[in-house]
Design a protein around this ligand. Structure first.
Ligand code: ADP
Ligand code: MG
Length: 274
């Protein structure tokens, strides 16, 4: 039973799409940085064994002593896995390749789909006064992604502006429906964000049109342009907002953060007015 004396806690958003290379990690890191820049406290949870979010936020391999693997499968305290990043207000639970065996290691666990949910709802998390938790999901619909979807209030879906982009979405939507039926009835879709958008490319425009006509309001007005500064930033171990603060990519992620906050304020009002 939930403890009513506790504050509501952070909004938890899973950044998911079972396709690889569509901009999940890039969106997680830079949306997190944009929210943190506004003074909000953000925790990134790296749930991909590739550990790209951890690397992109400057967490050295030797500093990843405890990771999401231990958070899920061993009794470890949040304070031992949450690391600060070089960006103010932005912390991370890192991942290593160890996480690649988690899918198998979880199978025999009775609570296998709820481990991240429970880990992120330990009372200790209150001390961090987090506003947002962003979960960077692996490129599959495996048990790790299911853990993210059960733990989350909403799913944010990066959609690469390329051929067949929309086809993978129906599979993702099915998984979301399944998760709603089995463990997280209130799971919402935060929105679909077009990434690596090239306005000079007809295909990008076509994908945008298709997405907007099929998904309507679910598609963020903000689109993230293809921008070389965005792809360079991770090798300097920082968000593009720090690497090149005035780049088109940085501006886009600030706009996305503003749009997300506005949407959430809107929903808050709806809830309050019944
Ligand atoms: P995923 O996490 O979904 O696998 P990534 O975020 O790692 O995808 O992005 C895949 C590749 O595309 C990375 O090399 C990344 O740097 C690059 N990339 C992502 N977004 C952009 C962008 N807006 N402009 C240019 N390159 C991008
Ligand atoms: Mg990734």
């Amino acid at each position: 039973m939930s403890d009513l004396s506790r504050p509501i806690g952070p909004k938890i958003i899973a950044v998911a799409n079972q396709k690889g290379g569509v901009g999940k990690t890039t969106t997680t890191i830079n949306l997190a940085a944009a929210l943190a820049e506004l003074g909000l406290k953000v925790l990134v949870v790296d749930l991909d064994p590739q550990g790209n979010a951890s690397t992109g936020l400057g967490i050295d391999m030797e500093d990843r002593e405890f990771t999401t693997y231990e958070l899920l499968l061993e009794d470890i305290e949040l304070k031992d896995v949450i690391l600060p990043s070089a960006t103010k207000n932005l912390s991370i639970i890192p991942a290593t390749v160890d996480l690649s065996s988690a899918d198998l290691d979880l199978i025999s666990n009775e609570k296998r789909s709820f481990l991240l949910h429970d880990a992120l709802r330990q009372p200790q998390i209150d001390a961090y006064e987090l506003d947002f938790v962003l979960i960077d999901c692996p490129p599959s619909l495996n048990l790790l992604t299911v853990n993210a979807m059960i733990a989350a209030h909403s799913i944010l879906i990066p959609l690469q502006s390329e051929f067949y982009a929309l086809e993978g979405l129906s599979q993702l939507m099915l998984s979301i429906r399944e998760v709603r039926q089995t463990g997280n009835p209130d799971l919402r879709i935060e929105g679909v964000v077009l990434t690596m958008y090239d306005s000079r490319n007809n295909l990008s425009q076509q994908v945008e049109q298709d997405a907007r006509s099929n998904l309507g309001e679910l598609v963020f007005k903000t689109v993230v342009p293809r921008n070389v500064r965005v792809s360079e930033a991770p090798s300097f171990a920082m968000p593009v907002l720090s690497y090149d603060s005035t780049s088109k990519g940085a501006m886009a992620y600030r706009a996305l953060a503003a749009e997300l906050l506005a949407n959430n304020a809107e929903k808050q009002k709806e809830v309050q007015s019944g």
